[in-house]
Write a protein that binds this ligand. Structure first.
Ligand code: AMP
Ligand code: MG
Length: 334
């Protein structure tokens, strides 16, 4: 295999259709995205999001190639997010990637979206084998790499942190994603309203919290106070299970990735916790915290280097592909 590999990555698991070109030595050369925005008060409708992705796919891929300065013929492989995610959305990314791979005569590389968040985070922050807090629209998990696999040490039993914030925002009439608006509203309050705090074993649960928070909105409590209280409760439970996992693994490095990693209050709470353990906190840069093609392109590059490819005729999508079932040859290679 030649040096300085160059891979095109395509992400389409949920609201975002994104493409990126990464190179082994120069890392992320381009990252272009177009995000489906649902009507006010609504969440992601999978077939509507897929229609959006189909409309923007060619434009986004062309722009990613032209911004990278790489000619399509110089790509070594095409990577795509095989899962987990919404079926109709995943299919658009898979079809786009198959088309590119067949047209260029290049191998296709399947990438687990959650592992994409983690590997890009490690590359951008310099973290080597951290305890990972993956918090996004699709995940809320505390993860550690052991014996060649990412192992889940704690996770949500129902809603993810992203879904919690998005559902609260939608109840107030915003359209998803609502995390940034909730953070902004919460920053204007310091009035804590009592809400459920649910930790079970090393897992968290947010279903009681969202029901109670919606009720507070319905009885006329100021939205910023509800946002502040939801953030305090939900983030405290998340920090608690992360702290237990940190004590258990003895890790000295915690990395936060996923769209909710953009939240400053959460970083503040995590910082207080990691300092108690003389550990270091790395937060994925804001630009790359949410879903993006660079996660897929970079992880695809690492996988392709270790020989991971999939024949086009077998390149299915996997809507519920858990990250703790995926071998990581690039982490176990000598
Ligand atoms: P992802 O699935 O990784 O693209 O992450 C999307 C999720 O991140 C959505 O649920 C957003 O509401 C959430 N999000 C984005 N920015 C923020 C923020 N500043 N604070 C909290 N959540 C956020
Ligand atoms: Mg994601």
């Amino acid at each position: 295999m030649r040096g300085n590999l160059c891979v095109l990555g395509i992400e389409s698991t949920a609201h975002t259709f994104s493409a990126s070109v990464t190179k082994e030595n120069e890392k992320v050369l381009s990252d272009v995205k177009d995000v489906y925005v649902p009507p006010e008060g609504s969440g992601i409708h999978p077939t509507e999001a897929a229609k959006h992705h189909a409309l923007v796919a060619a434009k986004v891929i062309k722009e990613a190639l032209s911004a990278s300065g790489v000619k399509a013929g110089d790509l070594d492989a095409v990577a795509y997010a095989m899962g987990p995610g919404l079926g109709p959305c995943l299919r658009v990314g898979a079809v786009s990637a198959r088309t590119m791979a067949l047209a260029l005569g290049r191998p296709l590389v399947p990438v687990n979206h959650a592992i994409g968040h983690i590997e890009l985070g490690c590359m951008l922050t310099g973290a080597k084998s951290p305890l990972v807090l993956l918090i996004s629209g699709g995940h809320t998990m505390v993860i550690s790499c052991s014996a060649g696999m990412w192992r889940v040490l704690g996770e949500t039993l129902d809603l993810t942190l992203g879904q919690l914030l998005d559902q609260l925002g939608r109840h107030f009439g915003y359209s998803s994603p609502c995390g940034r608006r909730i953070e902004e509203a919460a920053s204007r309050s310091h009035r804590y309203l009592r809400l459920p705090y649910t930790v079970k074993g090393n897992d968290v649960s947010f279903s009681g919290l969202i029901t109670a928070a919606k009720r507070l909105v319905d009885v006329g409590e100021p939205f910023e106070d509800v946002c502040f209280s939801v953030q305090e409760s939900a983030f405290a439970t998340t920090v608690e299970v992360t702290e237990r996992a940190l004590a258990f693994t003895g890790s000295k490095e915690v990395m936060v990735v996923g769209g909710v990693a953009a939240n400053k209050r959460l970083s503040e709470m995590l910082n207080v916790m990691v300092e108690r353990h003389s550990a270091r906190l790395s937060v994925v840069p804001l630009r790359y915290s949410g879903d993006c093609g660079a996660q897929i392109a970079w992880t695809g590059l690492l996988a392709f280097k270790e020989g991971v490819t999939i024949p086009v005729e077998k390149s299915v999508i996997r809507q519920s592909w858990r990250l703790d079932t995926v071998p990581l040859p690039w982490r176990t290679a000598a």
